[in-house]
Design a protein around this ligand. Structure first.
Ligand SMILES: [Zn+2]
Length: 124
């Protein structure tokens, strides 16, 4: 368990309904979210993690660009090294909740670990 995930974006208050139980899942699964976000960013560019509403464990995907038109500015303003935009989507991939989340490890830190492991393996 971690208490390190914080919602750092002042304007991320929800207007589309907040499934609070999902937030607990985000906290629990933050390292996987962070790693997925970083991998997606480094391979595809800015985008959002989409989580299928109600899925346990959370079904994560990376969506390059904004998952919905009304939240494009979130994609343009988050810090990919420290934050991830997380969007909960319904069965039709419509966004029901979205916010910029930050936590530890940061997305960039998840990649450093992976990279270090890869380099170590390569050098041997
Ligand atoms: Zn939207």
């Amino acid at each position: 368990m971690t208490d390190n995930v914080t919602n750092e974006t002042p304007n991320s208050t929800t207007t589309e309904g907040t499934p609070e139980p999902m937030m607990d899942l985000f906290l629990t699964h933050w390292p996987r979210i962070a790693a997925t976000a970083w991998e997606g960013f480094t391979t595809g560019g800015r985008g959002a993690i989409t989580v299928v509403s109600g899925s346990v464990p959370p079904e994560l995907s990376y969506h390059v660009g904004a998952p919905c038109k009304c939240h494009e500015e979130l994609i343009g303003s988050y810090d990919p090294e420290r934050e991830a935009v997380v969007a909960v989507v319904d069965d039709e991939q419509d966004v029901v909740w979205i916010a910029t989340l930050g936590g530890w490890p940061t997305p960039a830190e998840t990649s450093e670990t992976t990279t270090a492991d890869l380099i170590g393996a390569t050098l041997q």
